[in-house]
Design a protein around this ligand. Structure first.
Ligand code: G3H
Ligand code: 13P
Ligand code: ZN
Length: 330
């Protein structure tokens, strides 16, 4: 058993309380490899932002749990070396079982998500409570979820609503004891968040996605005032980066994300954590494709992963400064 405090990590309690008070949100960036982690730490140190390092189940499998534990510890030391001791949370993204959450806690995670959002309500409550009861013994914070995020195949329209039911949140938070709650108000995972027919077009022919349901968010805030809310599926899918991917041999069709103004608006509310993964993937892929296309003789991975890392850093700094408002909050 490794305690996260011995690795220099923190749980999310204090940084969420500060974010709530200050009207900003903490970035939750997913990582799977060293270059992504370096870029996250470089950006957060440069902008003096707290950060949540997110590891999905797939990432844990890809990177290996022991490697991850040392990478997180390395990230803490790297931040210090770069000159700023920022709060760093190591968080399990979309944990789907008690056993997985327990194992992550044993390997040094300071925060876990138990995603019971696909289960019937009472089963979600029971599973989430079980994880909370275990995690809190070690002062590990827990994120639960109510409402299902639509994938591109799912229907986002009100008729087939998978939005969070505001009337459930008070009961869920009370019964489970969770520290934060992920909600569904129209975001979704991946680079194709909306089908073109769900969007309108402006005069230049640019697709405009349906707006997030701020009315549901407001209703939730009314029912659980001051409680930290989490927004998943919050990539904006930068069109300039998608264009680079496609220019250099990629095939990303109809890729569309959440407009950044809407995320900026959400960050000022009770939304304390904003999850961003796909934007990083796109930026990294664009850089790698461009270098390999322009320099076909290149075979040193540092020559394409290095530029990818630089562009990732720029992306994360942009999110921190211009979207989430978490800069200079350390
Ligand atoms: O919510 C999903 C995250 O983007 C992680 O994705 O399971 O492919 O690592 P992944
Ligand atoms: P994106 O796919 O929009 O980046 O969402 C990531 C996420 O929610 C991770 O949990
Ligand atoms: Zn998610």
């Amino acid at each position: 058993m490794v305690n996260y405090k011995d690795l220099g990590l923190v749980n999310s309690r204090e940084i969420f309380a500060k974010a709530m008070q200050g009207g900003y949100a903490i970035p939750a960036f997913n990582f799977n490899n060293m270059e992504q982690l370096q870029a996250i730490i470089q950006a957060c140190v440069a902008q003096k932002s707290p950060v949540i390092l997110q590891v999905s189940q797939g990432a844990r499998k890809y990177a290996n749990q022991t490697m991850l534990r040392y990478m997180a510890q390395g990230a803490v030391e790297y931040a210090k070396e770069l000159g700023c001791e920022i709060p760093i949370v190591l968080h399990l993204d979309h944990g789907d079982s008690f056993e997985l959450c327990k194992s992550c806690i044993e390997y040094g995670f300071s925060s876990v998500m138990i995603d019971g959002s696909h289960l019937p309500y009472e089963e979600n409550v029971a599973l989430t409570k079980k994880v909370v009861d275990y995690a809190h013994q070690y002062d590990v914070t827990v994120e639960g979820e109510l409402g299902v995020l639509a994938g591109v195949e799912d229907e986002v329209s009100a008729e087939h609503s998978t939005y969070t039911k505001a009337e459930d949140v008070e009961d869920f938070v009370k019964k489970t004891g969770v520290d934060s709650l992920a909600i569904s108000i129209g975001t979704s995972h991946g680079a194709n968040k909306f089908r073109p027919e769900q969007c309108t077009r402006n005069e230049d022919g640019v697709l405009i996605p349906p707006p997030l349901r701020f009315d549901i968010l407001a209703e939730i805030e009314k029912r659980i005032p001051g409680f930290p809310i989490v927004l998943h599926g919050s990539s904006s899918v930068p069109q300039d980066q998608v264009a680079i991917v496609n220019k250099y041999g990629g095939a990303m069709k109809d890729a569309i994300g959440i407009p950044e103004e809407q995320l900026r608006q959400a960050a000022k509310s009770a939304v304390c954590k904003v999850n961003i993964d796909s934007d990083g993937r796109i930026v990294m892929t664009a850089a790698v494709r461009q270098v390999l296309a322009e320099k076909p003789a290149e075979f040193d991975p540092r020559k394409y992963l290095g530029p990818a890392r630089d562009n990732l850093k720029a992306l994360y700094e942009h999110k921190i400064v211009n979207v989430l408002g978490s800069a200079q909050r350390v």
